[in-house]
Write a protein that binds this ligand. Structure first.
Ligand code: NAP
Length: 260
């Protein structure tokens, strides 16, 4: 299927690794121009090189998205380079384990800065350009907003807020026909996931216990499966879909996990 993303300029935060990398590569395969915004220049450049080698178009911007001025820079450099923005994928985030008991007010605010504020900041600064192109926004959330996880208040609060902002922004953007949707992963094998599971006691046993409860096919979701839904939502093929929170999780969040 041709998704109609040819020549579309789409920013992907955290687009060099894990889910973001899969999204970046799928956009490039569809003929889109990917702007990867992430804090690690080497990771960004590696993914850009891989995309370019396969005939795609990509551009990297080094940015610590927890800083407002870096968010501003991402939008300004994208417009300098390409003159327009057709899409924004807010994806960067980390399950940083700031709990109620083991955290602090300062750590909680830092977690919101790293997981939530840049979703708003980038959408805010991109808005004048998205209005010109009738572009759209896809946020990457987490099942943690629905299920909780324990010991991760900052991350859970951020992901809950992202769901709320999806509906809020979808309403505010109606006059501009800018669509806003969110994709929810649950268990996806990525560098972030690997770090998280290895931080637990008995990671192998824990992983087996999680996978056994993923209803569809008892397996992890792939980053490409999250990417496929994301590029569909970015594309004009989903032209009447807005304000939706779409779970790409093998049924993990909503189905009866006791079913074998
Ligand atoms: P990942 O493998 O760590 O990749 C995330 C990328 O974003 C990394 O390149 C990371 O850089 C970058 N990044 C994170 N925070 C940043 C910041 N403040 N400024 C600049 N760059 C930043 O993570 P992932 O598993 O693909 O997760 C992507 C998204 O999916 C996140 O929003 C996460 O909450 C969500 N999610 C993932 C899962 C899962 O099972 N993997 C489940 C639910 C939700 P560094 O490498 O330097 O950290």
């Amino acid at each position: 299927m041709n998704l109609g993303l040819h020549d579309k300029v789409i920013i992907v935060t955290g687009g060099a690794k894990g889910i973001g990398e899969a999204i970046s590569k799928l956009i490039a395969e569809e003929g889109g121009i990917v702007v990867i915004a992430g804090r690690n220049a080497a990771d960004n450049n590696k993914t850009v090189d891989e995309i370019v080698k396969t005939g795609g178009r990509a551009f990297a911007i080094t940015a610590e998205l927890g800083k407002v001025e870096d968010c501003k820079k991402v939008i300004a450099l994208t417009v300098d380079q390409y003159g327009k923005i057709d899409g924004l994928v807010n994806n960067a985030g980390a399950n940083d384990g700031v709990g109620l008991e083991n955290g602090s007010p300062e750590k909680f605010m830092t977690s919101l800065q790293n997981n939530l504020s840049h979703y708003y900041n980038l959408a805010h600064y991109a808005l004048p350009y998205l209005k010109e192109t009738r572009g759209n926004i896809v946020n990457i959330g987490s099942k943690v907003a629905d299920t909780g996880q324990g010991n991760t208040s900052g991350y859970a609060a951020s992901k809950g807020a992202i769901n709320a902002l999806t509906r809020e922004w979808a309403v505010e953007m109606l006059p501009y026909a800018i669509r806003v949707n969110t994709v929810i992963p649950a268990e996806v094998w990525t560098p972030l996931y690997e770090t998280w599971i290895n931080s637990l006691p008995n990671p192998k046993e824990k992983l087996a216990a999680i996978v056994k409860h993923i209803p569809l096919e008892k397996r992890m979701t792939t980053a490409e499966e999250i990417g496929n839904m994301t590029v569909f939502l970015l594309s004009p093929k989903s032209s009447h879909t807005t304000g939706q929170i779409v779970y790409v999780d093998g049924g993990y969040t909503h189905l009866d996990r006791s079913v074998n």
